[in-house]
Design a protein around this ligand. Structure first.
Ligand code: ZN
Length: 91
């Protein structure tokens, strides 16, 4: 089970690390769910995915608030296959 830590308790480098790993996980899990038969509302992986999706946005907000950074979270560009893009890449 994924535990949500208060993002304000984490250092900027921890937040960045979680965001980067999180996007990789979300991208991979999106494809797993897509290929899974009978995946749907109530599936544990789907629930975990939804939770991680919401958490990712919270972490990004916290990271940008702390660092004032406007750069891409992934360093250069978010994976276009990712279900979630950072604020910079959304534009
Ligand atoms: Zn980005």
């Amino acid at each position: 089970m994924t535990t949500i830590q208060d993002p304000h308790q984490s250092s900027p480098s921890e937040l960045l690390e979680r965001l980067r790993k999180g996007q990789v996980w979300l991208t991979r899990t999106k494809s797993v769910l897509f290929h899974m038969e009978n995946a749907g509302v109530g599936d544990p992986l789907e629930e975990q995915f939804n939770l991680a999706f919401i958490t990712w946005a919270c972490y990004e907000t916290a990271y940008r608030a702390v660092t004032g950074s406007a750069a891409c979270i992934m360093g250069f560009e978010c994976d276009p296959e990712s279900p979630i893009l950072c604020e910079r890449c959304k534009k």
